[in-house]
Design a protein around this ligand. Sequence first.
Ligand code: SF4
Ligand code: SF4
Length: 554
Amino acid sequence: MFCFQCQETAKNQGCTVKGVCGKPEETANLQDLLIYVLKGISIYGEKAKELDIEDRKAGLFIAEALFSTITNVAWDNDRIIDLIKEALKTREDLKSKFMAAYKEKNGQDFSEQLHDSAVWSSDDGAAFYEKAKGVGVLATENEDVRSLRELLVIGLKGVAAYADHAAILGFEKGEILQFMMEALASTTLDLSVDEMVAMVMKCGEMAVNTMALLDEANTTAYGNPEITEVNIGVQNNPGILISGHDLKDMEELLKQTEGSGVDVYTHGEMLPANYYPAFKKYKHFVGNYGGSWWRQNPEFESFNGPIILTTNCLVPLKKDNTYLDRLFTTGMVSYPGAKHIQNRQDGGAKDFSGVIERAKSCSPPTEIETGKIVGGFAHNQVLALADKVVDAVKSGAIKRFIVMAGCDGRHKSRNYFTEVAQQLPKDAVILTAGCAKYRYNKLDLGDIGGIPRVLDAGQCNDCYSLAVIALKLKEVFELDDINDLPISFDIGWYEQKAVAVLLALLFLGVKGIRLGPTLPAFVSPTVLNVLVENFDIKPIGEVEADIEAMMAGK
Ligand code: SF4
Ligand code: SF4
């Protein structure tokens, strides 16, 4: 195996024996093969597009399958093998459509030689394992070509996940699905460096479009997030803990648990569900339990009740865990031994009755903290406060905004983000989204004239909100360049959604981003030079020096 897609990759070079995340070699290899077949589908997708055929179903399948390869999503090899089989079938269906259209147009069969990913086939699981060994990241020998191809594929995984979340709520865009095919197919071609960089930038553009689409999907379905105090203590009823990003699952769970005597709590990236009007109305939706994803082993133990993982991040269970029999997965998440809740059928809802019954036999959660945290500062809410914010900037009460969005993780070096939050001057406001916020959202950092010093927009996809806020401020202050705003970017990343967000920021023209705790291993020295020259990307440094530089606009 060779995997270097996340921040905690071994020695910041690549996991080669077993993932630091716990991913076994077979799982990593199967994921490589799945991506390889997705490239084959995409080659036919690109060919079909030349004949005006767009296959929405194939596009949606690619989004789901790419999402399944994100860190901490799919742990069940049988499920990945099923996806490979489905990918091969999707490819053959699209091929048939293309072949028929080609013959009709040209009066003869298509005979061009295509890349192996469009040709290789097998229906034998054992052959999958064998083939998988030769189609991974290292199959591209040139370090810089590999870096640009993988930067594209890794960013695309984030785009795919967001596109999948939006599609679940009925929001799709053909151009996003078609771009996924264009991008994947491009990695089978001998492109120039400039062409590959252009494709990476287009991925950033699509990341913006996809986050905008998901924002539209979430707010259309559940209203605009609003300022909310979220309880972090516990009640006396048995509870269900729900994590991940899937708000449709949240909606159905809340409906089905109403009146059951079972409370619902969020964990990790589901915390922002507390900010949506459509969910706040449920009295048995009682708050958030615990911190970010990497704390789930002890927190899932002490929760005592069933846990539902709707998307990433699911951490492998410890051998002596007590919660495998109360762990439920949905959508693209899978784990050997956990119960998987089946997808909706024909417009119906998922059936959470098994989870609710399990909850009734469990003890209430053990309290691990008490109090409240405040969030809900997505674009609509912040723009409602725009006058106040603009006045505070004009009067000098707010000197600078520091965007500390992105991911959290288990590395000690992430204390940097807590220390920055603690040591920033009191006239700086932190804009956040994603689980990076757990590094400082329980600290008492005060407010500036009633504006809290930590404004949490929501999930990592809600970084879109932060971009909308920045663009609005640019307009209000009549600036030509987003980089002339009093905003600095100090981003923590962990996995591939954060890479999509980073590419989105680059596409929007944001320069001088600090990135940590380490720079991505998949960026080669040459590609890093391109990023530094064009975007002034830099690694995080020492807390005090970084704060001084950011406050000085550097
Ligand atoms: S996802 Fe990260 S930790 Fe897991 S195998 Fe890949 S690089 Fe290693
Ligand atoms: S912010 Fe990043 S690490 Fe956290 S749950 Fe979202 S995607 Fe995973």
